[in-house]
Design a protein around this ligand. Structure first.
Ligand SMILES: Cc1ncc(COP(=O)(O)O)c(C=O)c1O
Length: 441
């Protein structure tokens, strides 16, 4: 049987050629480090519904879905129609537009903490500004984050992202000492770290489901325990719902968990597939960024930028959220069920040798080892066999035309259907059989 890498090279010849050009022109050939995988990533020509199509005309059922931003699938007609209409009315104003208010109307109905909102163009900016407001409000410096927590490439939060979480991620960073890092889902250890810095703790930023760090939901007790400590010590609770916002239901995870964050960051789905970051939160805190009322010595500048709140993103976001509000219940039920079946199905296919974590439509298969049989945080996830996980994803790209960004969690969109669950389990079954054959040789 041909090896996956031979199949891949055979079917992606045009991609190979184009990517070697890209490598000459661009850093590592890509524009987001995680988009690179060995031997070279295929080059995409088009995307429609659940499919990515590469320059060699291979089609892939996509589970990466634009960094999980495309809950409707690729290029859905509903968003295309409204964006097209907006294109003829102009796509970049750089002035106030009513579409921001329409999008905010919808967000504010679903996310009660969003008493005030500011739009930016990326999630990275949103988390950067959230931490900055926390420092301005509290007049303290330290921000706590989670081991393996990913909030974008901003200079502050680019710490303890990759295992073993105690080495600097980037030689260009300064002031790393004002970020401390906590073990996810371990309240006792987290509180003992926080207690040491409580007098200078501006805020804690956390995802309710660790996305890039392993697709691991936080326990309610953990989040509640952190929240209690944060508020008792006059710090801000910053909840990063850039992945989870509008992913599992119409709204945010914090509402269903009955939490009381001070600032919530959103992105991805909220932009309807166009670039967005959202900082929203309690008025008393967001008002620190109000440059007309706030004294210069106390205020916080929180951007946007040239393209913030551009009419195309606002229209796409509004259309997406309106549609989710109207038809979301059934659509969410459909993809959440597919996610649930997939997690159970994969654990069965791999016969107890994996643990598939996640929630609703999101899932990631962790290959357990002798050293690790549970996955509650990024340390556990990093101790699993990540090499096999990459091989598994790559095998499916090469042999089955199923695309996961190797090593990363997958997400169902509304464009997927029950047959995709079946095909994914079938491809996984074949991977297991190959593993068995290879190891018995
Ligand atoms: C939880 C979380 N926060 C922030 C970001 C950064 O968002 P962006 O890539 O839009 O800058 C990401 C991106 O994946 C994310 O997953």
């Amino acid at each position: 049987m041909l090896k996956a890498i031979e199949i891949y090279k055979k079917k992606t010849k045009k991609s190979a050629k184009l990517f070697s050009k890209s490598k000459k022109q661009h850093v590592n050939g890509v524009h987001h480090n995680i988009r690179f995988f060995e031997p070279y990533p295929f080059v995409t020509k088009a995307a429609k519904t659940k499919f990515l199509i590469d320059v060699d005309s291979n089609t892939y059922v996509d589970y990466w879905m634009g960094h999980w931003s495309l809950i409707f699938g690729h290029a859905p007609n509903i968003i295309k129609k409204h964006v097209k209409k907006q294109l003829s009315a102009g796509w970049m104003y750089g002035t106030v537009n009513e579409m921001t208010m329409l999008l905010s109307d919808t967000i504010q109905k679903a996310v009660p903490v969003a008493e005030k909102i500011r739009y930016v163009s990326t999630g990275t900016e949103a988390t950067m500004f959230a931490t900055r407001i926390a420092r301005a409000v509290t007049k303290k410096k330290i921000i706590a984050k989670i081991d393996g927590g990913w909030h974008g490439y901003g200079s502050d939060l680019l710490k303890s992202v990759n295992w073993p979480f105690n080495e600097s991620e980037d030689r260009g960073l300064i002031n790393e000492s004002s970020i401390v890092s906590l073990p996810y889902n371990d309240l006792e250890k987290s509180l003992s770290i926080l207690k040491k810095v409580k007098n200078d703790l501006a805020g804690v930023i956390i995802e309710p489901l660790l996305g890039g760090g392993g697709c691991i939901p936080a326990t309610k007790e953990y989040l509640k325990g952190l929240q209690e400590f944060i508020h008792k010590n006059n710090s801000l609770f910053l909840l990063d719902e850039i992945v989870t916002g509008f992913r599992f239901s119409f709204g945010c995870m914090y509402v269903s968990m009955n939490l009381d964050p001070d600032i919530v960051t959103l992105g991805k789905i909220v932009g309807g597939g166009f670039p967005i970051g959202v900082i929203c939160g309690k008025q008393e805190f967001l008002n620190f960024a109000n440059t007309t009322t706030q004294k210069k010595v106390e205020r916080s500048y929180i951007g946007g930028g040239t393209f913030s709140a551009n009419p195309i993103t606002m229209v796409a976001g509004s259309t997406a959220l309106s549609k989710l509000k109207k038809n979301g219940k059934n659509l969410y039920a459909k993809i959440n069920k597919m996610g649930e079946e997939t997690r159970k199905g994969l654990d069965k296919v791999f016969d107890g040798k994996v643990l598939t974590t996640g929630k609703g439509s999101m899932f990631l298969t962790h290959f357990l080892t002798d050293r690790i049989n549970k996955v509650t945080n990024s340390t556990d996830a990093a101790k699993c066999n990540t090499r096999i996980l990459h091989d598994y994803h790559f095998e499916m790209i090469a042999r089955d035309g199923i695309f996961f960004l190797p090593g990363k969690l997958g997400a169902f969109s509304f464009a997927h259907s029950q047959s995709d669950v079946k095909n994914l389990l079938k491809a996984s079954n074949r991977f297991v059989a190959n593993l068995r054959n290879n190891s018995s040789r």
